[in-house]
Design a protein around this ligand. Structure first.
Ligand code: MG
Length: 440
């Protein structure tokens, strides 16, 4: 109606000023482009907190003042999930209600600065929930999947890797063959380490035990067995989980050169980050790092000095799609590729964000993606397709995900009798045989 009024007045203006109908129509288009679309305004923010399998997922829903226009964002920090729920409900909700949804980076900066002390996993996840919901809303408004808003695809789908762990080498090789039959070509291989061992002469703790030198010996033997049985064609990664000392990590990366790893993940902890410079000078084994970063700027020195090959931040832990795409662009300029963290404690919405970055960033490396439990399919409609070892972002507008509220209500957080249930979703301890605590 408004448009017709404008056109009519432009038409009359055309007659009055003597310009042609065509010129008037062009001027009308310029006027409309300059004015832009009406900004949706944030009307409500709510949190969907669910535990469809072993892990707790947190998803934020942002509702606008425009009928039927809303979006979802992943805010999953499973070990401290209830704190993220509070951060969204008590702080971000009152802060963002009334703001327009269409200035995503502007609102991201406002949320990031609103706590004065910035960053950290709880606040970043809360921000990510709103941030990703705004990208979902923008995609829904445009009628486009979010990857189109980032410039479109650089590739048809994202090459995935899958995890295979085995109690012994024979069972691990069996596991790789089973995954190959499903279409996977890339494998993150792990040993069945960290079990409870009865206290003995050597073991002075009843907590799960990690023996560093035994791990290093077993890992090399396992890789020898895998390469000699399965050949050179498969791509292999392994996650050190920052459980060894810096000098052990340097020795390991040198020892692993013979196995032509796709990458070694987290050989050093964020606390030992300065060792990357020394590691880089001594080994050609490709390095992946970033899963534990909780500040969008933590990646900068590693990328800037080209000390790693793959940046693998957990997108919601660094604050959402907005900072993650900046990290990806910085990485591209330095020859570093992406391998976003994609375990089971990322919601299907978060996996859509990962796949969106994976297909739209030129410097994509590989993507980790978890299988979803049955209950996740009941709650989340539009879980992205995995086929022949590739992950596909949805083609529906936004993330292409809908949450079934009734199904979600069936799977609240559980404080059951499992170890993680008793720890309210948190992780337990891992210790050296003498009882020294190390990274879990
Ligand atoms: Mg990892």
């Amino acid at each position: 109606m408004l448009r017709r009024t404008i056109l009519t007045s432009m038409g009359l203006a055309a007659v009055a000023t003597g310009i042609s109908e065509r010129e008037a129509a062009a001027q009308d288009k310029t006027l409309q482009a300059g004015r832009g679309m009406k900004s949706p305004i944030i009307k409500d923010v709510s949190v969907i907190a669910v535990q469809p399998g072993g892990v707790r997922l947190v998803v934020v829903k942002v509702v606008t003042d425009q009928p039927g226009l809303y979006g979802y964002g992943c805010a999953t920090f499973t070990q401290r999930a209830e704190l993220v729920v509070e951060a969204v409900e008590k702080y971000l909700k009152p802060f963002v209600i009334g703001h327009p949804t269409d200035r995503i980076d502007d609102l991201w900066q406002a949320m990031y600065n609103a706590s004065y002390w910035r960053s950290g996993p709880v606040l970043n996840n809360a921000i990510s929930g709103v941030d990703q919901a705004l990208w979902d809303i923008k995609g829904r408004q445009a009628g486009l999947p979010v990857y189109q808003l980032l410039g479109g695809k650089c590739r048809e789908a994202a090459e995935l890797y899958t995890h295979v762990n085995g109690a012994d080498n024979a069972r691990l090789i069996e596991g790789v063959r089973a995954a190959q039959a499903e279409g996977y070509r890339n494998f993150s291989l792990g040993l069945g380490q960290g079990g409870n061992e009865p206290a003995s002469g050597k073991v002075l703790t009843t907590a799960p035990v990690f023996d560093r030198e035994a791990y290093l010996r077993d890992l090399l033997k396992m890789l020898e067995a895998v390469r000699s049985t399965l050949g050179d064609e498969i791509d292999i990664t392994t996650d050190v989980h920052e459980r060894i000392t810096p000098t052990q990590a340097i020795r390991l990366c040198k020892d692993l050169e013979q196995f032509r790893m796709f990458f070694v993940e987290d050989p050093l902890s964020p606390e030992d980050i300065d060792y990357f410079r020394i590691l880089r000078q001594q080994s050609t084994t490709p390095i992946a790092m970033g899963e534990l970063f909780v500040n969008p700027h933590e990646s900068t020195p590693l990328i800037d000095e080209r000390l790693i090959d793959y940046i693998r931040c957990h997108v919601s832990e660094v604050g959402g799609l907005t900072p993650a795409r900046k990290i990806a662009i910085l990485a591209e300029m330095h020859g570093v590729r992406t391998a976003w963290h994609g375990p089971g404690d990322v919601s299907p919405v978060g996996h859509c964000a990962n796949l969106t970055l994976a297909v739209s960033a030129y410097n994509f490396g590989i993507q980790e993606m978890a299988a979803f439990p049955e209950a996740s399919h009941e709650i989340f409609h539009g879980i992205p397709l995995v086929k022949n070892g590739y992950g596909y972002p949805n083609e529906a507008p936004g993330w292409g995900v809908e949450v079934d509220g009734k199904a979600a209500a069936k799977y609240p957080f559980r404080n059951d009798n499992t170890e993680r249930g008793k720890l309210n979703g948190g992780w337990g301890e891992l210790r050296l045989p003498d009882g020294t605590l190390i990274h879990p």
